[in-house]
Design a protein. Sequence first.
Length: 193
Amino acid sequence: MKIGLYFGTFNPIHVGHLIIANHMAEYSDLDQIWMVVTPHNPHKKKNTLLDDYHRLEMAHLATKDYPKIQPSDIEFKLPQPNYTVNTLAHLYEKYSQHEFSLIMGEDNLNSLHKWKNYEVILQNHNIYVYPRLNSDKLDSKFVNHKKIHRIDAPILEISSTFIREGLKCQKNVMPLLPKEVWEYVEHNLFYTK
């Protein structure tokens, strides 16, 4: 099975994440999309994150009606901060029958050269890239690379940061979240302080 790994802190998961994941599931050769909830992205401050299990629960709530999309807590059991190359090695050991690819925005592809052992990732895994409005010009070493597949997906500029700031300022951000996620956030008073 070909599985696309969509990594994120999902703090919170929003409709933009779902639109991209669903587009990849329906309009690429990937069979499934795993939304990998990252406990600690090395490029983000951990103190800004909700508890891992709250973010995982929101991912479950958001994806329950999407049979080709499922949340994953695979990084919860790995050393932190989480490095993608280590997670991929662990997944290969645990699920060697699957072929794992990465899903990322053009903005992340432009910083791929800063990732730990990015050459190993590119050598062993395909990368499916969705467009971003504010992307810089693509690094020449990634143009026409045989492992990088640009997908003509909808361009979405919704961010979890924007949603958190909106909630903190008591704005109505309900349309940006799946209904069950909105209810979970509202019930728990998340992101209001």
